[in-house]
Design a protein around this ligand. Sequence first.
Ligand SMILES: Cc1cc2nc3c(=O)[nH]c(=O)nc-3n(C[C@H](O)[C@H](O)[C@H](O)COP(=O)(O)OP(=O)(O)OC[C@H]3O[C@@H](n4cnc5c(N)ncnc54)[C@H](O)[C@@H]3O)c2cc1C
Length: 514
Amino acid sequence: VNWRAIGYQAPDVSALRAAARGPASEALAACRVRSLEAPPSARLAPSPAELLCDCVVVGSGPGGAVVAAELCEAGFRVALLEYGSWEAADERECSEMHAFRNLYQEAGSFFTEGRSLTILAGSAIGGGSAVNWSCCLPPTQQVREEWARDFGVEWAAGPEMADSVERARERLSMSKEGVELNAANAVLLRGCERLGYQAEVAAQQGRVPSRPDHGGWCSAGWKEGARQGMHGSALADAARTGNLLLLDGCSAQEVLRDHAGRACAVRGTLRRGGGSREVLVRGRGVVVAGGALQTPLLLRRSGLKNPHIGKHLHLHPAMTIFGRFRDPVEFVKGAPMTTVSRVVEDQDGRGYGAKIWVPNFHPITWAALLPWQGSREYKGAFAGFSHAAPLISLVRDQSEGRVRAGSDGRPRVSYTMGQTDKAHLLKAVEHSARILVAAGAQEVHSAHNGVEPLVADAAMPGGAAIGQPELEAWLGSIRDAGLPELGVALGSAHQMGTCRMGSDPASSVVKPTC
Ligand SMILES: Cc1cc2nc3c(=O)[nH]c(=O)nc-3n(C[C@H](O)[C@H](O)[C@H](O)COP(=O)(O)OP(=O)(O)OC[C@H]3O[C@@H](n4cnc5c(N)ncnc54)[C@H](O)[C@@H]3O)c2cc1C
């Protein structure tokens, strides 16, 4: 009833299941260790609780999946351990609730200490790519030079890195060609065009035609056509070689080292058939690619002492505002993040600032984002769901946080956003509001508690519109409100930096040459 009231419609799950079937998913299914008594390849399992391979990879996200593919293609046998559970094509669902419960870390209810920021991170076959928005931006030359200059990662600025980016581009079939814009992305482009702000179509994964109307369910696990994440790229490539052993539902507990101190095995817990059992996976090498939140915890559990493990966490904090339009926008239909405005991405001449995008939210997330001004106002704002065009401002943060294990072994994240990042984010929010008004929004809502929405004046000549003085006054109230702790909904879908690479072990965790 609520969905109908807000004009929200679930996608056609049978079409999703049909699309998920195919050679790529069959090849991956054939690599699964269904039970330790009957692994797909007897040569890899000398005893029921022990597996042998050339390399053990922990984590099947973009990091782990690409390493697995490269190794498998080079002829090495790889055991890939992934905490997330297997979902057969015919078991796939595409609801926000199912996705949070099964495809996100901490069921999507993951916050920084103090609860000032919500963290979304995938935990599934394919890691974050199982739920991400599939937009592909290569690192800029400015960022690569910073890595080389500030961290001694010399190859980052040169042709070696450029070649790697090119290989990633090919593996993902990354392209701007044929990208279809949904109505919310059209709002972003239109508003920018009218204001003379920079905006462009952003490259997406894949040239395979997909159902454009379903692209908006990517955050709920809709992965077909052009938005297949690792399933349709690196994991499929690894599976096709016949060298991959996939241990889904397997939590890596500890990396073991040989007498020379080299990583040689991973001890894990494998969940199967309602129970679990210990498993030891031996290899000549171990790659830990469990994402920025879990990797530090595994390294610490394994006895590594480098004080930088878990520090230097960056989150790309993001804030959403939305415009309400006279005509339906239905922003959940069609892919998010197909356009980007870089108008305020460099606010200090060093490449720090924020980008403006169209996000992908469904009703549960929307409910969490809407500010509380009172029950009537909340209901009214929710009722406008299908007429809303949200814009998200995502800041390249200089603030740093930290991840460590809580007493229950789960990650605890501490992070405080500094004043410079806040100023950069607010500047992008201000530009977002201008873009929405220029594109014809009748109302603009911020995620601030206590800031009333900006509403069009019905008496404007030529029809209801938001006047310039009203916009300026409203922006003044946003600036006055600032970004107070718990006073505004902030989120992060990008976690980075907790095992950073650098040439100096006194300031970094991973060597550039490893
Ligand atoms: C909603 C959302 C939208 C996003 N949109 C985009 C986008 O459009 N474009 C973009 O470039 N990026 C996007 N991102 C970010 C991107 O998905 C991540 O940066 C990327 O997935 C990180 O890759 P990773 O391999 O380092 O880690 P992850 O993708 O986090 O993968 C790590 C995997 O390791 C597993 N793991 C961790 N610890 C263990 C353990 N001990 N044992 C076994 N398994 C373990 C986890 O379950 C997880 O599946 C988005 C992220 C989210 C959440």
